[in-house]
Design a protein around this ligand. Structure first.
Ligand SMILES: Nc1ncnc2c1ncn2[C@@H]1O[C@H](COP(=O)(O)OP(=O)(O)OP(=O)(O)O)[C@@H](O)[C@H]1O
Ligand SMILES: [Mg+2]
Length: 281
């Protein structure tokens, strides 16, 4: 893959590569973090969820997976998370073990209804044996980061859908993940809230140097957020297109209304209609 800015970006140090807001990244430009190599996943009932899936994830990328229902998007995330093993093929981690630290954010914020915001965010640390007193400052920092100051003692029933999702993101944040796996996290939210959370998520991604694997059915969201969009087809689940989104960060409202943006949306829609037609029957 030859890109005019490769040389310029390759000479940046890791730190500056992430913090240079006028760059975009593709897998070719960033160090490889992990690679899925010809992955097949056949569930015990015989469903072929994935067949021959190859996917390289570069450090610091924001990759969205789009595709029809049942094409294996969630299966890809689960395999990366180690929640199940491939039937064939392998996942190769190409970074030191300390960078395998990942967090999973689901569509349903899955908060404990009987616990306050602080106690919900404390959960993953509590499971590691860390007392609330010892990590109170970390939890407060996560709450501040997702803009939930003042809601520390609220219960989930007292929060809006968008606020609950912020708690879920804060709960992922306190574990200091390198990799964030997000499975349709904003699918149930209204358009305004989704748009706001998209911007906030991008801001955090740049600040925290995360690598994100993000599942969505929303093409506009995928284009707005991603360094790359992977289009998948179903029956069996496979990758049919890998589209780098070559636009600078931070992404602005102007990007959302640009012809560049529309061009990518049309390209992904076309790949999706091919994916849907080959997945039928
Ligand atoms: N535990 C399981 N046992 C058997 N089949 C499964 C299991 N989990 C998923 N599947 C099947 O594997 C295929 C891929 O499922 P997966 O959940 O990964 O799709 P998806 O792309 O995330 O779909 P959606 O967009 O609806 O969430 C589907 O046919 C699904 O029914
Ligand atoms: Mg799914």
């Amino acid at each position: 893959m030859v890109r005019s800015r490769v040389t310029e970006i390759a000479i940046l140090s890791d730190q500056s590569r992430y913090s240079n807001k006028n760059t975009f990244m593709t897998a070719a430009m960033s160090a490889s973090l992990l690679a899925l190599q010809t992955i097949d996943k056949i569930y015990p009932n015989g469903t072929v969820a994935l067949q021959g899936v190859d996917l390289t994830v570069g450090a610091g990328e924001f990759i969205s997976l789009v595709g029809p229902s049942g094409c294996g998007k969630s299966t890809v995330l689960k395999l990366v998370a180690g929640l199940g093993t491939p039937t064939d093929g392998a996942i190769h981690w190409q970074c030191p073990p300390e960078q395998h630290n990942l967090a999973f954010v689901f569509q349903d914020p899955a908060l404990m209804p009987w616990a306050s915001v602080v106690d919900n965010i404390h959960l993953p640390l509590k499971l590691k044996g860390q007392s609330l007193r010892s990590v109170r400052a970390k939890i407060q920092a996560a709450i501040n980061t997702v803009d939930l100051c003042g809601c520390e003692n609220s219960y989930p029933r007292q929060l809006s859908g968008g606020m609950k999702m912020r708690v879920s993101i804060a709960r992922a944040l306190v574990t200091k993940p390198h990799i964030l796996l997000m499975d349709e996290p904003f699918g149930a939210l209204d358009e305004m809230t989704r748009s706001r959370l998209n911007s906030d998520l991008l801001h955090l991604w740049e600040e925290k140097h995360w690598t994100v694997l993000f599942v969505t059915h929303n093409i506009y969201e995928a284009v707005y957020l991603s360094t790359r969009v992977i289009v998948m087809a179903a029956r069996p689940g496979r990758v049919v297109a890998d589209i780098p989104i070559e636009a600078t960060y931070p992404r602005t409202e102007a990007f959302r209304t640009s012809s560049h943006f529309n061009h990518y949306c049309r390209e992904i829609m076309a790949a999706l209609s091919v994916a849907e037609s080959i997945g039928v029957g």
